[in-house]
Design a binder for this molecule. Structure first.
Ligand code: FES
Length: 116
């Protein structure tokens, strides 16, 4: 039996709480399109890394948020960007456009695309 309290675990064999880090939670990335997939995204993985690791043929070029080759659309969920100025207009962000090469999931996400 293991009891988890925030970032600590109680391990009965040891008889005390430890400060062992718990595994980072993952978010679900649901890809809609011609070949729907459900993938797991770690908080420090970009959506593009998750897609390519799963063998999803997603268009990519610069990988730094400037060329817009990887653009997709977020149907649900929230992301954070690894760069301060991803190449999207505020109006594009408002309608759900996302650059998977520099976006990490903050919640479970549903992604449409590529090439939106
Ligand atoms: S690959 Fe260039 S913006 Fe994503």
């Amino acid at each position: 039996m293991t009891i988890c309290l925030r970032n600590r675990q109680y391990l009965p064999d040891w008889g005390k709480f430890t400060t062992m880090p718990l595994p980072a939670p993952t978010h679900t990335l649901v890809l809609h399109g011609t070949a729907p997939r459900t993938l797991q995204a770690a908080p420090d993985q970009t959506l593009l890394q998750v897609l390519l690791h799963a063998g999803v043929p997603w268009p990519v070029s610069c990988r730094n948020g400037t060329c817009r080759r990887c653009i997709g659309q977020l149907a649900e969920g929230q992301v954070r960007y690894t760069v301060e100025w991803p190449g999207l207009l505020p109006e594009e962000k408002a309608v759900g456009c996302v650059l998977p090469c520099v976006a990490c999931a903050l919640t479970d996400v549903v992604l449409l695309g590529p090439g939106v």
